[in-house]
Write a protein that binds this ligand. Structure first.
Ligand SMILES: [Zn+2]
Length: 683
């Protein structure tokens, strides 16, 4: 299963732009976008193109996007609003040290290309000199420890990638959900996942060759001699690290992640790296124990620290440092970085306008400071109340579904219902304190380095302290939704609660089909294979009976097979295991939203729109959530690294819902037709 949670991982930094137009068209329509449909296609053959065919024909992927869709259109809107806020603050001459001033200074330091050009590689020079001066593996351990950052997240925003040797995630402990504990995760790769190093396809071999050239180019720009030879050794080392990593699908097995190591255990269980020195440099020498997510990777990577020559590790450190900041170094570095990551890896011909990237930087560093203003301005108490009512309705539907399950034991049902408790809508009640973060004008590299250290110190300072149950993990301006399993909470930020997902003036059918199915999706993560491992207090405890789990295993296996049969490319199929949790959540979400929709009608007939019945509108709105266009390279990357299936297959999951067949008269012989016994029913 793909961990919980986050619903649209790629949605965030993906695509956008032209599509803003379509979002703005969708708003005044209030309901399904009939003009986006291609009704010449039979809904039973291809529901994605039936609901989005015209949109697909008339929408062009802008040169600076790897993907566009409904999510990216809303991202665009959110970005435009945020840049509006930032520009106002820039002109306001805010008090030094205030959040407003920090927002303005950070954004301007990103936008100041002249200062960046003038500084050259200087902002990193002291660190590069320090790496060059490393004399032995003892000092190497110290340097590696100094790179540890709070840059991964196993269960909330689900991010298993860090280019540093390891990554830290601070979250409620598996067996003591009232207190924060340190989780350590595998790392050390620049490419997005181990598959990029290990997959044998011709396509991937080509990507690797270009990656090695990219490493050499970056080293050359930074003035290294023998750049090609160094690049070859760096990529070989990363390849060796990738061999030690476990896969994304394995990362989702939480029981395998439940490994508490005392600090002294590391030397025995993962010999090679001088752990005492590593933890001292990371400021964690007093931390008694850690939860090690991937023990085999820790053993393997640590052994590589011992066996691989020091000079290779020094080059690896230097390259990883430069690569991490290449986007804010002089144009030659930034262009080289984009040529590989944007063009080769994502197939995007052109870079986003600088202001959009600047907004991303500000959201990443000072997200709550911006979010506070955003929420005030763009999320009314009325919208919050309406969204809340809708979520409550869908939760009620879920409770009824749980009651009606014939396969689930009564004790399991009771615990399941107890889990439907905490909800965050719109924006948090308290905001992050940025007073300890120093932001300087015209120093973007320094600002980003201080920000990542500020974040790290913040997380480390919480270790052992009482968990803040009201903490959010997403800013209000984020177009996404998330389930936080260790807090037992769901959050729906303000920015996703707007048209076309949610429109107070739209028929209930469209709102329930669109945002309702997303809400249902997130709720269902509370009960899926991951949810089943955390009880109503958020503790790691299997609260399902064995029979319950067995039934769930059989039902979900069918769904995994269904998705593994989808082939976006002749040489690449969807991985039904890797995407299982998200696919389950889609089936569950649409089922609960459908019930919630019917409950909201309270026996009244549904209004017909453009000849479509209420139920048809519900399913069409669901299909239109997934309107998107993706470049081949981006789509390939998604299939390999994302827990979410490609959009067109997410839309096709209506084939598991009985009511869909009745709504559109889909009969045997149609491409999406499944016999009743083959439809996957989980909740
Ligand atoms: Zn999800």
């Amino acid at each position: 299963m793909k961990t919980a949670v986050k619903m649209f991982s790629l949605a965030l930094c993906l695509a956008l732009s032209l599509c803003a137009a379509s979002a703005q068209q969708a708003a005044p329509q209030h309901g399904i976008a009939v003009s986006h449909m291609d009704t010449s296609i039979n809904p039973g053959d291809d529901f994605f193109r039936y609901t989005n065919g015209e949109w697909l024909k008339t929408t062009e992927l802008p040169a600076d996007r790897g993907r566009i869709g409904v999510f990216s259109a809303l991202d665009d809107l959110s970005n435009k609003r945020v840049v509006g806020i930032i520009e106002e603050l820039s002109k306001s001459d805010a008090k030094p040290g205030s959040n407003d001033r920090k927002i303005a200074d950070l954004y301007n330091s990103y936008m100041d290309e002249k200062a960046i050009e003038d500084a050259g590689i200087k902002p990193l020079q002291a660190q590069l000199d320090a790496i060059r001066a490393i004399k032995d593996k003892h000092q190497l351990a110290r340097a590696l420890g100094g790179t540890l950052r709070a840059d991964v997240d196993a269960l909330n925003n689900t991010n298993f990638h860090t280019p540093n040797l390891f990554g830290l995630w601070v979250a409620p402990a598996f067996h003591d959900s009232a207190h924060y504990a340190p989780y350590l995760l595998q790392g050390g790769l620049v490419l997005p996942d181990r598959e990029f190093y290990l997959a044998t396809s011709e396509h991937m071999a080509g990507v690797r060759a270009k990656y090695q050239a990219h490493v050499a180019n970056i080293l050359k720009l930074a003035g290294f001699d023998e750049a090609e030879a160094r690049a070859k050794r760096i990529v070989e080392l990363e390849h060796s690290i990738a061999e030690k990593h476990i896969s994304l699908a394995e990362n989702d097995d939480i029981h395998k992640a439940d490994n508490t190591w005392k600090q002294a255990d590391f030397a025995k269980k993962a010999p090679g790296l001088e752990w005492r020195e590593y933890f001292r440099a990371a400021g964690l020498e007093k931390q008694a124990s850690f939860i090690v997510w991937q023990p085999t990777a820790f053993a393997g990577e640590s052994a590589l620290v011992a066996s691989v020559p020091l000079d290779t590790w020094k080059d690896w450190l230097a390259f990883h440092l430069i690569e991490q900041y290449a986007g804010v170094l002089p144009k030659a570095f930034a262009d080289e970085r984009f040529a590989f990551f944007g063009q080769t890896l994502s197939g995007t011909p052109q870079q986003r306008p600088r202001w959009q990237r600047g907004v991303g930087v500000v959201n990443g560093v000072l997200g709550d400071a911006v979010g506070q203003i955003y929420a005030q301005r763009y999320f009314s108490p009325e919208a919050k109340a309406q969204a809340q009512a809708m979520v409550s309705n869908i939760i009620d539907a879920f409770r009824k579904r749980i009651d009606g399950l014939t396969w689930m034991a009564p004790a399991t049902k009771a615990e399941a219902k107890a889990k439907l408790d905490t909800l965050y809508i719109g924006y948090p009640e308290t905001w992050r304190d940025y007073s300890a973060l120093e932001v300087k004008p015209a120093d973007i590299v320094g600002n980003l380095q201080r920000a990542s250290l500020f974040e790290y110190h913040h997380e480390v300072s919480r270790l052992g302290s009482t968990v803040d149950k009201k903490e959010w993990s997403m800013t209000p301006q984020t177009v996404n939704a998330v389930n936080l399993p260790l807090q037992n909470a769901l959050s729906f930020p303000a920015a996703i609660l707007q048209p076309p997902f949610f429109d107070a003036a739209a028929p209930a059918a469209a709102n329930y089909g669109a945002i309702g199915s997303i809400i249902g999706h997130e709720i269902s993560h509370t009960f899926d294979t991951e949810g089943s491992t955390f009880d109503s207090k958020g503790a790691l405890r299997n609260w399902w009976t064995k029979e319950d789990l067995d039934h769930f295993g059989v039902a979900t296996k069918k769904l995994a097979e269904q998705y593994s049969s989808y082939k976006p490319f002749p040489d690449l199929a969807v991985n039904g295991e890797q995407t299982l949790a998200e696919n389950i959540a889609d089936v569950a979400g649409i089922s609960a939203a459908y019930d919630g929709y019917h409950a909201s009608l309270a026996g009244h007939p549904a209004p017909v729109q453009d000849g479509f019945s209420g139920d048809q509108q519900f399913f069409i709105a669901f299909g239109q959530n997934w309107a998107s266009k993706t470049r081949e390279a981006s789509l390939r990357q998604q299939v390999l690294t994302d827990g979410h299936s490609p959009a067109e297959y997410r839309a096709a999951t209506v084939r598991n819902i009985d009511a869909w067949y009745a709504s559109f008269g889909v009969e045997q012989g149609r491409k999406l037709y499944l016999a009743p016994a083959d439809r996957v029913r989980i909740w």
